[in-house]
Ligand binder design. Structure first.
Ligand code: XMP
Length: 321
């Protein structure tokens, strides 16, 4: 099934919002829907569209999967509380981290996160709530990349021939499916989200598991979370599409306090892009990179090497996993 794109330049936000609100209302009728808010611009926009359409009949959950950035669950719950949207936090940290245990293959990692999310956590939430509909923030780029076999995005089912009703017992509504990231930001601003959310950089569904090459153990996730917090702090003022810290699997020889340290390598990536389909590395000032490297090697235990990616997408992808 092909989906007709609405390019950002042709998007009429008010019209789009009215149409989607109407479609959600008529699909759900007087029933219940649920959605998982991740804090990204896509799921945040969907949450607002769903609440406009359904009010309290949309139950919004934030699933803490243990692979989020520092302080994320509470930050997002607070932002939405300000907007009058109640977000229920679900602590599923152990389930996800256990499911990721022992897995090193990138696609198997994505699959472990997907399966835990849909089959385990979400199927249970749907069952407990009695909802027959799940609202989801899938965008066109997710569909393209999955259909092309580049990456299995966690939120694409019908487009690749999996019937969620049959596989998981519920129907999925995807109001943003015709948009790309630039269009979603326009909608997110128009539905009343604060700039800190509509202008937020993308973050992948598999979260920090996508930023760890090899096994995403609790320790390695904690390490990349720490490196991510520093990177996001240092690059906060930079005008880029997305930036990230990646933990490599290979170790390298370093030295600290005159002793050999066989330590970890962090790769930094910072991308200029419009819609994530193609991207080029941002020409960061050398001083910025130097400052970041100094903080990473001194504040994150075990890091002895920091590199900056200078290859474009393609052939790279923005994430490493
Ligand atoms: P790639 O790595 O494919 O990333 O060049 C393109 C954009 O998509 C985000 N991304 C994901 N988002 N689930 C998501 O929700 C995923 O599995 C996933 N993989 C990548 C990535 O952060 C970038 O903005």
């Amino acid at each position: 099934m092909s989906t007709k794109e609405i390019p950002a330049t042709e998007l009429n936000a008010e019209e789009f919002i009215a149409t989607q609100v109407e479609q959600i209302s008529s699909a759900v009728g007087d029933g219940l829907a649920i959605n998982a808010l991740s804090g990204g611009v896509d799921s945040s926009a969907v949450t607002m569209l769903g609440h406009k359409a359904l009010g309290d009949r949309l139950k919004t959950y934030f699933v803490d999967n243990g692979i989020m950035r520092e302080g994320e669950p509470q930050y997002i719950a607070d932002v939405f509380a300000e907007l009058g949207v109640h977000v229920q936090l679900v602590d599923a940290r152990d389930k996800f981290l256990d499911a990721l245990s022992g897995i090193t293959d990138p696609e198997e990692k994505r699959e472990a996160v997907t399966q835990t999310f849909y089959k385990d956590i979400f199927a249970q939430l749907v069952q407990d709530s009695g909802a027959k509909f799940l609202l989801q923030g899938t965008i066109l780029t997710d569909v393209d990349e999955t259909a092309a076999g580049i990456k299995r995005q966690h939120n694409v089912f019908e487009q690749i021939g999996i019937d969620p009703q049959e596989a998981f017992g519920y129907q999925i509504l995807e109001p943003l499916i015709q948009l790309r990231k630039d269009g979603v930001r326009i909608i997110a601003a128009a539905v009343g989200l604060p700039e800190a959310i509509w202008d937020r950089m993308p973050f992948p569904g598999p979260a920090l598991a996508a930023r760890v090459i090899g096994e995403a153990t609790r320790e390695r996730i904690a390490l990349v979370r720490h490196a991510t917090a520093i990177t996001e702090e240092e690059l906060a003022g930079v005008d880029a599409f997305q930036y990230m810290a990646i933990l490599h699997e290979d170790r390298v020889t370093g030295m600290r306090d005159n002793r050999r340290e066989f330590g970890n390598q962090i790769e930094l990536r910072c991308w200029d892009s419009v819609d994530a389909r193609i991207a080029t590395p941002t020409r960061l000032p050398w001083e910025t990179l130097e400052g970041l490297a100094t903080r990473l090697v001194s504040e994150v235990p075990g890091v002895v090497s920091v590199t900056y990616n200078v290859a474009t997408k393609p052939p790279s992808t923005m994430e490493v996993v």
